[in-house]
Design a protein around this ligand. Structure first.
Ligand code: URA
Length: 244
């Protein structure tokens, strides 16, 4: 990761000292020091946890927020709990701060996974109440007829659990792999949601990749690589929490 540079007023507000606007007042009036040097410039960028920031002689403790997108490879556990002898997605992140996965993906699922240290962000993105749509590309064993997927309306039941997919679209059949590809959009975040929906129709999911979450998509992020979310991307996801 590049140095996590953030605006001084944002860092002061994130430390819970005061609002961003009032932090600007503290800076302009000469009450803020960065590494012992008085700093009155509002646009000043600092490195939280690296630069020492003090207000009227009192050093503030900052926990910078981290938001990452990882293109999860197959075979990694996407959970903040550690499972002995099983590789964890956290091993793929160079960041040394304490972060956790937002929601979960099965070990054999690939694709878009978010990681953060912001519990509020996690709650918004993971909770079904906020209805953030997640799109998956699914490889199903054998040749699947369009008719068998077309008329999905209302809940689908599997082992006593109701599932409400938003849409399912059949894409193509790969003869060589003997796989039919489909795209499904869901928003409930239930355990094994996509696999169970297709099981209910008698289809076996062989490959599963999450390709988008809200407006976020994997883009050109290579498998096993991560990148920080932009402020715009973070803001868009957080805004779901304000809708309900
Ligand atoms: N649905 C599943 O069945 N598995 C995943 O990993 C994600 C969604």
């Amino acid at each position: 990761m590049t140095d996590n540079l953030q605006r001084l007023q944002k860092v002061i507000a994130a430390a819970g000292i005061t609002s961003r606007r009032k932090a600007e007042g503290l800076i302009s009036s000469g009450q803020v020091y960065v590494n012992g040097k008085q700093t009155t410039e509002l646009g000043t960028k600092v490195r939280p946890l690296v630069d020492e920031i003090s207000i009227n002689g009192k050093t503030i403790i900052v926990q910078p927020k981290i938001y990452l997108m990882l293109n999860k490879p197959k075979g990694y556990v996407a959970s903040s709990r550690s499972f002995p002898n099983q590789p964890s997605v956290l091993e793929l992140i160079k960041n040394k701060e304490r972060i956790f996965t937002v929601g979960r993906l099965d070990k054999d699922t690939t694709g878009l996974l978010l990681l953060t240290n912001d519990g509020n962000f996690d709650e918004i993105v993971s909770h079904p109440r906020y209805q953030i749509q997640k799109k998956y590309r699914v490889g199903l064993r054998g040749k699947v007829a369009l008719d068998s997927l077309k008329d999905i309306q209302g809940p689908i039941y599997w082992e006593g659990e109701a599932y409400n997919p938003i849409s399912i679209k059949l894409l193509n059949f790969d003869k060589k792999e003997n796989l039919s590809f489909a795209e499904i959009i869901v928003a409930e975040g239930k355990n094994h949601e996509v696999k169970n929906i297709f099981e209910a129709f008698g289809f076996k999911v062989i490959t599963l990749q999450r390709i988008s979450l809200g407006k976020l998509n994997l883009g050109s992020l290579k498998i096993g690589q991560s990148r920080p979310l932009t402020n715009k991307e973070i803001g868009e996801l957080i805004s779901y929490g304000k809708k309900k």
